[in-house]
Ligand binder design. Structure first.
Ligand code: ATP
Ligand code: MG
Length: 443
């Protein structure tokens, strides 16, 4: 087992004080899968107070994270470890919060409150892996299975529905039949789960290797969270550019996109306005005129509802309304777009366009994909050579022009005129050349 020495040290000092202590949950799962694990959670039979005394005795600093839930965070040489007293959850009244938690003395009770068999294992050096629900076997067979009765578990905490989907996507696992059926039966309970908790799991789902399969197979579950997606599900695209319906195209494009949350979320929503704009011409070909704007409008509502950060919101909203535009390959064009957007959004736009193309008819997209490569290498050149694409990069500023006698609006107009000529390679971006141009032409 690949549990860090620091975690083993903490387990050891708790055990030496006469209690039981285990690494639990995600780290045991990841270690058995030989995956790197982000953090080691520790479960102990000691009460939070007793744990604090043990940590103090060994000069380990800590802070109280969630005393009500029995959690203390120990800080060992800068690394944090959550240490939680074995507990069971009390009654769930609202499909999300246990009314109360009860501390227990037995690891078995603690493991049985956990969501899936692969997450319900514990490990310490004394007892090895404690696996009461067949977690190891499910790991081998790549299966997500609820601990206990799936319906009951999803009714207790509906977020587990999203968690099942996210683990299946992250690990490329299959959701066991009974668990899967219970997911569909209970999906509407997700309405009572907070946007923050949903978005946290949705984010991990979108970044998983298995995202295509999960988005396709569990679209009806996703539609509880984002009902605006529903019309895309059976929306055919009869035209030469597409080989998939809107939803399959969307899922394929998310999968084709780099694993970056802002990008993948943008991709998930980029065509959401297509069904509302669909028309069929006399030859039976489908068109989606104006879908970028409609997609953007719906996305704005969805992203606000999901309470995403401003950073994510602004990124998606910069790209979705223009995801379908043609960006020419000449540098002038690229600089104009760079000026309108910024480098991050422009790179995002190109990444979105690439993923979009990769999810279309492959017989039609080779030339456009090549153009995107050309655009990217020009972009790299523009950035590395510090070539101007906004007035900020010009070798003169407003003050220089005021000194030459320009005032008010004429200053901004002159800067823009200079930029246009610099971008068009008609004027060198040097102080002298720019000032000369202003003197000769703009005064
Ligand atoms: P990751 O590596 O993504 O953090 P993880 O398994 O550690 O995966 P966490 O959300 O950090 O996932 O949760 C830690 C552990 O707590 C899980 O492995 C699981 O045993 C338990 N757990 C977390 N959330 C729930 C829940 N909603 N219901 C039941 N058990 C849960
Ligand atoms: Mg974790």
């Amino acid at each position: 087992m690949n549990i860090s020495d620091k975690a083993l040290f903490l387990i050891d000092i708790v055990e030496k004080a006469g209690f039981e202590a285990y690494a639990v949950g995600g780290c045991v799962r990841d270690s058995l899968m030989k995956r790197a694990c982000s953090d080691v959670d520790i479960a102990v039979s000691a009460t939070p107070f007793e744990t604090e005394e043990i940590l103090k005795k060994h000069n380990v600093s800590f802070y109280e994270t969630g005393l009500k839930h029995g959690t203390i965070t120990a800080v060992l040489q800068g690394e944090c470890f959550e240490i939680t007293t074995f507990r069971t959850d009390g009654d769930y009244k609202d499909n999300r919060h246990p009314e109360n938690v009860r501390f227990v003395k037995d690891i078995k009770e603690d493991l049985s409150r956990r969501d899936f068999t692969i997450n319900a294992m514990a490990y310490n050096e004394k007892n090895g892996v404690v696996d009461l629900f067949g977690g190891k076997k499910d790991l081998e067979n790549k299966i997500i299975r609820a601990v206990g009765d799936a319906d009951t578990r999803f009714k207790e905490d509906a977020l587990r529905i999203m968690r099942a989907l996210r683990f299946a996507s992250q690990l490329s696992f299959k959701i066991e039949e009974g668990t899967s059926a219970a997911i569909f039966r209970n999906k509407d309970l997700l309405r009572s789960v907070s946007a923050e908790r949903i978005f946290s799991e949705l984010s991990k789902l979108l970044l998983g290797d298995g995202v295509f399969k999960i988005l396709s197979e569990y679209k009806e579950v996703l539609a509880v969270v984002i009902p605006e997606l529903k019309p895309s599900f059976d929306c055919q695209q009869i035209n030469p550019w597409h080989i998939y319906d809107v939803w399959t195209h969307t899922c394929r494009s998310v999968e084709a996109c780099p694993k970056d949350l802002k990008l993948r979320l943008t991709m998930l929503l980029h065509d959401i306005g297509k069904p509302a704009t669909k028309t069929t011409d006399e030859k039976g070909i489908n068109h989606f005129k104006g879908h970028q704007a409609v997609s953007a409008e719906a996305s704005s509502v969805i992203l606000k509802r999901l309470k995403v950060s401003n950073d994510i919101y602004n990124y998606a909203m910069a790209i979705i309304p223009i995801h379908d535009i043609t960006v020419g390959t000449d540098k002038k064009n690229i600089k104009k777009w760079l000026g309108k957007l910024n480098e991050e959004y422009f790179r995002g736009l190109i990444a979105v366009k690439r993923a979009d193309k990769l999810a279309q008819n492959p017989q039609k997209t080779a030339a456009e994909l090549k153009n995107l490569d050309i655009i990217l290498s020009s972009l790299d050149e523009i950035i590395s050579q510090n070539e101007a694409f906004t007035v900020k990069e010009l070798a003169v500023n407003g003050r220089d022009l005021i000194e030459l006698g320009l005032t008010g609006k004429a200053v901004g107009d002159a800067l823009n005129a200079l930029l246009e000529r610099v971008i068009g390679d008609e004027l060198e971006n040097s102080r002298e050349a720019l000032l000369d141009y202003v003197k000769d032409n703009l005064i």
